[in-house]
Design a protein around this ligand. Structure first.
Ligand SMILES: *Cc1c(COP(=O)(O)O)cnc(C)c1O
Length: 421
């Protein structure tokens, strides 16, 4: 007899810290057990008990085409037939590099890595190596992966003071990361007045989507661009979520504000582990072996991951983005309508492109300070109702929902049935 998700999780708790290989999968605070997923297809995932859900987690973003896109699958299988990693130059990574560089105007060179974290880690080192400066600025409420330099939060002292947000990070590292508030250009100017000569880069998610959906004003992002230019610091857009999601060129394309370095992840690998750092040749050529900033990866640019990314990105046409936005709006409207009549009338569904965020408030959000304090308490109720109805939201109140091209009208109709039945 096969084990239930609950039994599997119990077993996993003994073998794996917290039962999971990435914390948010643990359903912490949701008063229910994580589901063990055994398969996925299109807009649906199926758990070990054969219950099927409409998936709005989509592996936290990468699966923008839906699960098991036929073309991606066939190309992966074809690539596998030739071998899956050589630790040598190969043609798919060249094709993927060329495809991206031809489409995104401010990118002249790109380096592939294996995750978003690795991309940001490389960007931090590259920014320091290129500018010869030590400090970086990040914003409260932005997530940049789990590298030491980014797991830093605002300290209790003066503006800009910082401390580690997790155990295991030295005070020396924390002291080189300066924290500012999203939307608050003045705080950034103050930090630059104090440390301007030693700031290598400002890092920002130009569409902050890891602590709710905190859409920034154009003027704020432009302000950051101007400050960086003035102080010879680099502007780094972490587009690991927003890249290829909010249009092909991400927020850099949507806003027309060009960063000096951009980081990608999630969608870029079509569901395989890929990340990337990209920018102008002048900066990128600082990376080894062209330049003095070391970076490497045994499995970087392996043919299977590269063909998955390449095939996926080729399908992301302007029409695809229009469709994604239309479907997202339809789904958000459905959720809102259902909530009104079913005890969740306090909820608003914010959207940007094919991302949505359910939040019990009607406010405009640009900063985590705006997030209502009952967010998690309300969310675990919503999450459980949805899960029982066969709708799988990302299992955390601060995570956004991801809509894919597989969430077509048939799926929308199915969501309607699931919600009202
Ligand atoms: C997901 C994410 C990361 C980390 O990527 P991993 O592949 O999980 O290491 C970094 N930055 C942003 C903006 C992300 O959304």
């Amino acid at each position: 007899m096969s084990l239930t998700s609950e039994q599997l999780f119990e077993k996993s708790l003994k073998l794996v810290p917290g039962g999971v290989h990435s914390p948010v999968r643990s359903f912490k605070g949701l008063h229910t057990t994580p589901r063990f997923i055994k398969s996925a297809k299109g807009a649906y995932i199926t758990d070990e008990e054969n219950k099927t859900y409409v998936d709005f987690c989509m592996s936290f973003g990468p699966m923008i085409l839906g699960h098991q896109d036929q073309e991606v699958k066939e190309n992966i299988i074809r690539a596998l037939d030739n071998g899956w990693t050589y630790g040598a130059c190969e043609k798919y990574s060249l094709e993927l590099a060329e495809f991206i560089i031809n489409k995104i105007s401010f990118i002249e060179q790109i380096r592939f890595v294996n995750s978003g974290t690795e991309a940001v880690m490389t960007a931090v080192r590259l920014a320091r190596g290129y500018t010869g400066k030590n400090k970086i600025v990040k914003f409260n409420g932005c997530y940049h992966g789990h590298l030491d330099a980014m797991l830093i939060k605002a300290g209790s002292g003066l503006a800009g003071t910082a401390e580690a947000s997790t155990k295991g990070i030295t005070q020396e590292i924390a002291s080189n990361t300066l924290i500012c508030e999203l939307g608050d250009l003045e705080s950034v100017k103050e930090i630059f007045a104090l440390h301007g000569n030693d700031i290598a880069a400002i890092f920002i998610e130009p569409l902050p989507a890891n602590n709710g959906l905190l859409v920034q004003d154009h003027a704020f992002l432009q302000g950051l661009r101007d400050i960086c230019t003035k102080h010879n610091s680099l502007l780094v857009f972490d587009e690991v979520i927003s890249g290829f999601r909010i249009g092909f060129g991400g927020m850099a394309e949507q806003t027309g504000i060009h960063p000096d370095i951009v980081t990608y992840g999630k969608i870029i690998g079509g569901g395989m582990p890929v990340g990337a750092v990209a920018g102008k040749t002048e900066i990128m050529s600082q990376l080894a072996p062209a330049g003095p900033v070391y970076q490497a990866g045994t499995l970087s640019g392996n043919p299977v991951a590269m063909i998955a990314g390449l095939t996926s990105l080729k399908k992301l046409t302007p029409t695809a983005y229009t469709t994604l936005e239309t479907q997202t709006k339809k789904i958000a409207t459905l959720f809102k309508e259902w909530g009104m009549g079913h005890g969740f009338s306090d909820y608003n569904i914010l959207t940007h492109g094919s991302l949505f965020w359910a939040v019990p408030s009607n406010e405009k959000f640009t900063n985590i300070k705006h997030i209502p304090s009952n967010l998690n308490e309300r969310f675990h109720e919503l999450f459980k109702v949805f899960l029982n109805k066969g709708i799988y939201l990302a299992p955390n109140a601060w995570e956004v929902g991801f809509v894919s091209l597989a969430h077509d009208d048939k799926v929308v109709e199915d969501i309607k049935n699931k919600l009202w039945n």
